[in-house]
Write a protein that binds this ligand. Structure first.
Ligand code: GLA
Length: 393
């Protein structure tokens, strides 16, 4: 279908068309720990960014998306100049970084279909970045240019694009999950070493419900960078009394309690407390899930949200309301915000027979309290980025 649409827009024949896809993600637990060298526990979604593309003979990239009317045009000879595009800036950023990493850029016509809702906190941007990195990598390698890279290497390049080109100092979680996810598995990722373990995340009798607050995280970028700075300051203070530590992720709750007075700024002390205890919660949650102890798993999700609300202060009225309403429903084991916060989505562990009631009741109550109409998705865990074979279309 997407190919037909491509041909309608750009003309020509099917021959030479290429298709790639990369998913969004849900983070189950471990929020704002990645850029502190801590643990995260995300899973790739089946919602994804899919691109059909064809090489052009000039040095222009024409980008269309199925949900947008306008076309973005990027001139590869001045790739650094497209940071302000409302759509296409993520693609341009990745192309810029891929070029700097030694890969060839080609003119292309591209049609994107993004089924990860924009601004939902489910990493629609990482999906676009990773799919673009994979596409550029594949074409460049076919032309014999650039060195062999793993999907994890491509995730790092995609993250760099977001840091350098977009100006959000994000960690590695979203791009890594999008690149490396596996069907029905969550990834326990050590963000300091990038070692990871795949953990089965299908929960007998329960499912993961994502609730999109529909509150866009517009102030997200500046607040996000501010939190990151606060963590860096907290770590600088702690490392004076805890020499040899390289990041907050290296510090245990016990070490923190014994040394926290070194952080004289109260806000920064709260931020560090969140990160250090959240990191411990991730490992406890993974253990609980492995033992199929979903009650404990759910309680840890709740504790994570409460800490993001009280100590890290990134939730806000909409996310808190959604979580409060979710926790009132029978059969809900846990509910928390997922992603950066300041809007976006929550994730809840809901007993399968209560899912309809959950959507109806939480939806009605949330709208009553906020005036916003939420969206719900039953989360299916899918594979990471891949080239889509021609026949499968
Ligand atoms: C965003 C960032 C991630 C991570 C989360 C918070 O999704 O892109 O790197 O920091 O926020 O956990």
């Amino acid at each position: 279908m997407l190919k037909e649409k491509f041909l309608e827009i750009f003309g020509g024949e099917e021959e030479g068309l290429r298709v790639f896809r990369a998913p969004g993600r849900v983070n189950l637990i471990g929020e704002h720990t990645d850029y502190n060298g801590g643990y995260v526990f995300p899973a790739a979604l089946t919602k994804a960014s899919t691109v059909v593309l064809r090489k052009r003979l000039d040095c222009f990239v024409h980008i269309r998306a199925t949900d947008l009317a306008e076309e973005a045009v990027i001139d590869l000879s001045r790739i650094e100049n497209f940071k302000d595009l409302p759509y296409g800036n993520y693609q341009a950023g990745v192309m810029d970084e891929m070029h700097k990493a030694g890969y060839a850029l080609f003119g292309m016509d591209m049609l994107f279909e993004d089924t990860v809702p924009h601004g939902s906190g489910l990493s629609s941007s990482a999906a676009i970045e990773v799919v673009t990195a994979l596409a550029v990598y594949t074409l460049s390698r076919e032309a014999g240019i650039g060195k062999e890279a793993s999907m994890a290497d491509l995730a790092k390049i995609a993250q760099r694009a977001e840091n350098q080109y977009i100006g959000v100092n994000c960690g590695i979680m979203d791009q890594f999950a999008s690149a490396m996810g596996k069907k029905d598995m969550a990834l326990l990722l050590n963000c300091k070493t990038l070692e990871y373990e795949l953990v089965p995340a299908v929960m007998e009798g329960y499912c993961l419900v994502l609730s999109n607050t529909k509150k866009k995280h517009t102030l997200g970028a500046s607040k996000y960078n501010e939190r990151r700075q606060e963590c860096d300051n907290a770590f600088a203070a702690l490392s004076e009394v805890l020499p040899g530590k390289t990041c907050l992720g290296d510090i245990s709750p016990e070490e923190f309690e014994a040394n926290k007075q070194a952080i004289t700024n109260e806000t920064e002390q709260k931020r560090a407390a969140h990160v250090i205890y959240e990191d411990a919660r991730v490992l406890a949650a993974v253990e609980a899930l492995k033992k199929n102890d979903l009650v404990t798993f759910g309680q840890l999700l709740n504790a994570s949200h409460d800490s993001l609300r009280d100590l890290y202060e990134v939730t806000g009225e909409e996310l808190d309301t959604m979580v409060e309403e979710a926790r009132k429903i029978e059969g809900v084991l846990g509910s928390r915000m997922t992603g950066a916060g300041f809007g976006g989505s929550t994730v809840s562990v809901v007993r399968t027979d209560m899912v309809d009631r959950f959507q109806k009741t939480v939806g009605e109550n949330y709208t009553k309290r906020t005036g916003l109409v939420p969206e719900f998705y039953i989360s299916e865990i899918g594979n990471g980025a891949e080239a889509v074979p021609f026949q499968a279309q």
